[in-house]
Design a protein around this ligand. Structure first.
Ligand code: RP5
Ligand code: MG
Ligand code: MG
Length: 279
């Protein structure tokens, strides 16, 4: 696999921290590099000991590479190594040690709902791309409040939570603003999207996320699932409204040139391939 890139972004998000620069050929832990001097950083929001974060190592020794007290500390990449009691990022060096903005030591599990429909014209005919000649997919994208980048409306899996529920809950919170709409409306929303999310969906990706928050000891992993509204009459008809950690929400054309957060673009490429859509 290509070495992670966003996980080595020069400036650590939400801070003034500059990562220790890691060249491509020094990413892998198997490359000995005595001069490596990563910057230690754990964000104050994590040090405050919120419910979603682990305590500091030392006072805390969870079962790594296992499901521990409802928290999934296993990695999709297999067994990860430990160094001085801390998990080692399976994709290599990042230039930062500690947890940065992430709550968990080791893998931080998320789920990414990719909700799609076909782009149609006024007569409801599918629109094809002039160059690729393939029909254009659209997906529900949110603009993240933390960094201003467009992204899939994903979120963290709560301890003990089924991933299928995380997918639906995060979509409802970020793209339909379920946390603040009045109760009767919320019921209508959950009925409508419940049908779409109960359908099998296409599992697009399962594994490491090249997320800018990753460190040598903490990293993101996700399960990305595509829920496709083929007829355009389920979610397509719901009014989108940004909520929680999303500042904006809209249907965006699936296209290689649209920049997205972390490696979300890769997930959309896989969706486009599966649906034989334009990329
Ligand atoms: C990304 O962070 C995942 O792919 C997912 O979209 C997201 C989860 O983090 P939050 O949105 O909860 O910050 O790595
Ligand atoms: Mg969320
Ligand atoms: Mg989110």
């Amino acid at each position: 696999a290509a070495p992670h890139v966003k996980s080595r972004c020069p400036q650590y998000p939400g801070s003034k921290i500059k990562r220790f620069l890691v060249p491509d050929d020094k990413v892998g832990w198997s490359q000995s590099w005595p001069q490596y001097n990563a910057v230690s950083h754990t964000d104050p929001s994590v040090e405050k000991k919120p419910v979603w974060a682990d305590p500091d190592i030392g006072s805390f020794s969870p079962k790594f590479n296992a499901v521990d007290d409802g928290v999934d500390r296993t990695s999709f990449d297999g067994s990860y190594k430990m160094e001085k009691g801390k998990p080692l990022n399976p994709h290599g060096r990042t230039g930062v040690t500690g947890r940065g903005l992430l709550g968990r030591w080791g893998p931080n599990h998320a789920a990414d709902p990719i909700v799609t429909r076909w782009k149609i014209d006024a007569k409801k005919a599918k629109i094809s791309h002039p160059v690729s000649k393939r029909p254009i997919l659209q997906f529900v994208a949110i603009k993240r409040n933390d960094c201003g980048e467009w992204a899939i409306p994903g979120g963290m899996v709560d301890p003990g939570e089924q991933v299928s529920l995380t997918l639906q809950r995060e979509f409802s919170e970020e793209a339909l603003n379920s946390l603040t709409v009045p109760a009767p409306e919320r019921a209508k929303i959950s009925e409508r999207i419940g049908k779409l999310f109960k359908s099998a969906g296409f599992q697009v990706y399962k594994g490491y996320v090249d997320d800018p928050r990753n460190t040598d000891n903490s990293w993101m992993e996700t399960v990305a699932v595509n829920f496709h509204d083929e007829s355009g009459n389920s979610v397509s008809e719901l009014p989108l409204q940004a909520g929680d950690d999303a500042g904006q929400v809209q249907w965006v054309d699936v296209d290689a040139s649209f920049p997205l957060y972390a490696n979300h673009s890769h997930f959309l490429e896989l969706v486009a391939k599966e649906r034989k859509a334009h990329w």
